[in-house]
Design a protein around this ligand. Sequence first.
Ligand SMILES: Cc1cc2nc3c(=O)[nH]c(=O)nc-3n(C[C@H](O)[C@H](O)[C@H](O)COP(=O)(O)OP(=O)(O)OC[C@H]3O[C@@H](n4cnc5c(N)ncnc54)[C@H](O)[C@@H]3O)c2cc1C
Length: 242
Amino acid sequence: MDAVALRWAVVRGNAEVAPGVFLLRAEGAFRARPGQFYMVRAWERDPLLFRPLSAFDLSPGEISFLYGVRGRGTRLLSRLSPGEELELLGPLGNGWPEPPGRLALVGGGLGIAALYLAAKAFGGADVYLGFPGRPFLVEAFREVAAGLRVASESGEGGERGLVTDIFSPEGYDACYACGPRPMLAAIWEACRRAGVALFVSLEERMACGLGACLGCTVFTKDGPKRVCRDGPVFRAEEVFDA
Ligand SMILES: Cc1cc2nc3c(=O)[nH]c(=O)nc-3n(C[C@H](O)[C@H](O)[C@H](O)COP(=O)(O)OP(=O)(O)OC[C@H]3O[C@@H](n4cnc5c(N)ncnc54)[C@H](O)[C@@H]3O)c2cc1C
């Protein structure tokens, strides 16, 4: 288990890369394995809790997070300017396993946030991205993916349709996916039929991030599990065949 630390970081940038979607860059020597996350806070007592965000990217002296504005916490994050501080607790969670062979990464919407570091660290993976609106950060993914296909519902910036329309598991040894539950369930059906191992990263409302409060418990084939400590990455059959 990685040593978890609570540290302050100074904001280097917080750019809106699509309407309501921000790339937050913070200075510091942070660590994370692909698929791990940090609990993030840039306020004192209100709201009370940190918010979980996947480590989007790491480079020497910098960590970044890609997040969508959903409610109070992410709205406060979106107002951060360079030079301001935020608190980071992590790295947390299990992260993606070492790929067993030919790997496909499939992301829907903000689920792409959990995949960039995997594409960069594992290398040689094909990446499939789906967006409800105009695609974002496609060029960043193109630089680290072996192959890249992009779908958007309007066809703007990619092929028209859903990511499940452009992804087929045949030829892969494993698939790692993050996105809305219906997307994950559809990918699981395709991977099960093709006999391809699927790992999914789950997003649940989370309070402590440390496994103490049980607030993020999901029911799996092997009983209740905490997304923060036992996940966020699970074998698909654990979750969908429960
Ligand atoms: C392990 C993990 C990693 C995550 N990584 C990212 C990431 O990289 N980028 C990103 O944009 N988001 C990510 N999320 C989701 C993110 O944590 C929530 O969007 C955020 O906590 C919402 O906080 P808020 O205060 O803005 O909204 P709140 O006011 O708390 O809620 C606003 C709305 O968002 C919904 N919501 C709140 N928390 C979650 C959640 N955890 N999952 C799904 N819906 C939620 C609520 O039901 C509500 O409808 C991750 C979640 C987990 C558990």
